[in-house]
Design a protein around this ligand. Structure first.
Ligand SMILES: *Cc1c(COP(=O)(O)O)cnc(C)c1O
Length: 304
């Protein structure tokens, strides 16, 4: 039984800024984006045990869901190819040709697409919808949207294992809430802050449900900050783009505009506001997602 291979090590990198010294705060970035060049960051963690289960159960095909620019679709297509699965992507919205960079990559990896309307897409977890997919595509191993399920959470419990400095806070970006659930489950006595990439505060309840289903009961040490979504999922503002570009120039690290850029902007802002007391050490996760930059450039005509 072979597993998804790791290509690089998720090293811990200290981020230095003059105002950190003044605030007496240290910040480290855990480079999960270096785990694999195509199956990036947290998607590698979330797929690892799912792919192992799919192999064990003798599946030949993976089926999953996502938007047309989804990091998860991109990662699943690449992981499927690497591990010898066929893959099917149920994509929200109409097929637009030529395919955008995310979908054309996934297609190159052999993924077959099935486009569904936004209305239908909302039904994707309903039994009738899944039954229809089985009628159309036969047998498959189903991976939910964003890759989040119990096995994904299990994979994400391993993220904090390798952090070899003492730290007070772990910060991560939040989409479906799978990654933060794994992190919370593995860190019963460390504060965890999630930075929501989406507008709204429903994620608190989602994460509570994921934790409960995972069998994790310590749920006091975390919160999800909803102040840094910049207008909502995949929305950007000039201040965010400027921040990402300045961060790259200063630190030599590329952040993505959908998840990690918003999180890091939020962390910088909270440090400036004095949210963290003197002597605090923060570890933030670079969860990857750099493939999404092309899509943002294409949609908004922005340069990075
Ligand atoms: C998918 C993704 C997230 C969100 O992870 P969830 O487990 O869905 O909360 C965060 N960062 C990046 C770069 C992602 O691709």
């Amino acid at each position: 039984m072979y597993m998804l291979k790791q290509q690089g090590k998720a090293i811990l990198q200290e981020i230095n800024e003059d105002f950190f010294i003044e605030k007496e705060v240290r910040l480290f970035l855990k480079r999960e984006d270096l785990l694999h060049d195509k199956v990036s960051g947290n998607k590698w963690r979330k797929l690892k045990y799912n792919l192992e289960a799919a192999k064990k159960e003798g599946h030949k095909t993976l089926l999953t869901f996502g938007g047309a620019y989804s990091n998860h679709i991109y990662a699943t297509a690449a992981a499927a190819k690497e591990m010898g699965f066929s893959s099917i992507g149920i994509i929200r919205g109409e097929r637009i040709t030529p395919l955008n960079p995310t979908l054309s990559f996934a297609e190159e990896m052999g993924m077959k697409f099935h486009f569904v309307s936004r209305t239908m897409y909302r039904e994707k977890s309903e039994p009738f919808f899944i039954d229809n997919l089985h009628n159309e595509f036969g047998n498959f191993y189903l991976i939910p949207e964003g890759g989040t399920n119990n096995l994904a959470i299990k994979g994400c419990t391993e993220i904090a294992d390798e952090i070899d400095v003492p730290f007070d806070y772990l910060c991560t970006s939040v989409g479906t809430g799978g990654t933060i659930s794994g992190v919370i489950a593995s860190l019963p006595s460390t504060k965890v802050i999630g930075f929501s990439a989406l507008k709204g505060d429903f994620l608190n309840n989602e994460v509570k449900t994921f934790l409960k289903n995972y069998g994790c009961n310590h749920s006091e040490n975390w919160n999800i900050n909803t102040q840094y979504h910049f207008g909502g999922y995949a929305k950007v503002q000039p201040s965010l783009i400027d921040f990402i570009n300045a961060f790259k120039l200063q630190q030599g690290i590329q952040l993505d505009p959908i998840y990690t850029g918003k999180m890091m902007y939020g962390i910088y802002d909270l440090i400036k506001q004095g949210y963290f007391k003197k002597g605090t050490t923060i570890v933030a996760l670079h969860t990857g997602g750099l493939q999404g930059i092309e899509g943002i450039k294409e949609r908004y005509g922005i340069a990075f």
